[in-house]
Write a protein that binds this ligand. Structure first.
Ligand SMILES: [Mg+2]
Length: 222
């Protein structure tokens, strides 16, 4: 599964367990603005997607512009990251440990979220330093290039910065949107099933589907 030079990790749902809290807050925000949405509906409908597209959908539903939606939601999110420690996805630290030991794969993070969200959630989970390389944080945001998954640009940007060809890159993703983006980038993609069911990740084009990061730990030989 990991016969590659570079592994690109999605952030939310792959490294840090942010989706339950962020979708609860997004659902609360949308509900207050006039679109009643539950946390479960938010996960099913919005996980891994571009917030700008979500805002456009919300504006269509409520029939008016929602210029404050993103700022309102993000303010709640950062407050939550400070007050509720973010959990690490089970097996993620162990996988990074065996990758460190093997010394065979370069790695980085690529997410639709802004840099400050990734930094805050990875720091809250005690993971931020694991993507430093000689003083450089190997963390790439769609906001850096202003193109979001499911477009392939972010993964291509990350691989280029890492000096690896798409064919030598494997992406680990937990959302259909991210799986589609990796496929479009010409990369193999491992789907981590959980909040998004395995069959949806297969349908989106995942090369392999796993139900736990521990399966990757074993694949590296840990
Ligand atoms: Mg994700």
């Amino acid at each position: 599964m990991l016969d590659c030079e570079l592994i690109i990790f999605d952030c939310d749902g792959v490294l840090v367990d942010t989706e339950p809290v962020t979708n609860r807050l997004l659902a609360e925000t949308l509900t207050e603005l006039g679109w009643p949405v539950t946390t479960e509906e938010s996960i099913e409908r919005f996980k891994g997607r571009d917030l700008h597209v979500i805002r456009a959908e919300a504006e269509a539903v409520v029939g008016r512009a929602l210029p404050g939606l993103l700022d309102d939601y993000r303010a709640r999110m950062f407050a939550a990251f400070e007050s509720e420690p973010i959990a690490v996805i089970d097996g993620a630290h162990e996988l990074l440990d065996v990758l460190d030991g093997a010394g065979t794969h370069a790695r980085c993070v690529a997410s639709n979220g802004p840099q400050n969200k990734m930094q805050a959630s990875l720091a809250s989970a005690g993971m931020l330093g694991r993507f430093d390389h000689e003083g450089e944080a190997r963390i790439y945001s769609a906001y850096d290039i202003e193109v979001w998954k499911p477009e392939p640009d972010l993964f291509l940007h990350a691989a280029k910065r890492m000096g690896c060809a798409p064919k030598d890159t494997v992406v680990v993703e937990d959302s259909s949107s991210g799986v589609v983006a990796a496929n479009r980038a010409g990369m193999r993609v491992i789907g981590l099933a959980g909040l998004t069911p395995a069959e949806s990740l297969v349908e989106a084009g995942a090369t392999h589907v796993i139900s736990s990061m521990h399966e990757l730990v074993r694949a590296v030989g840990g």
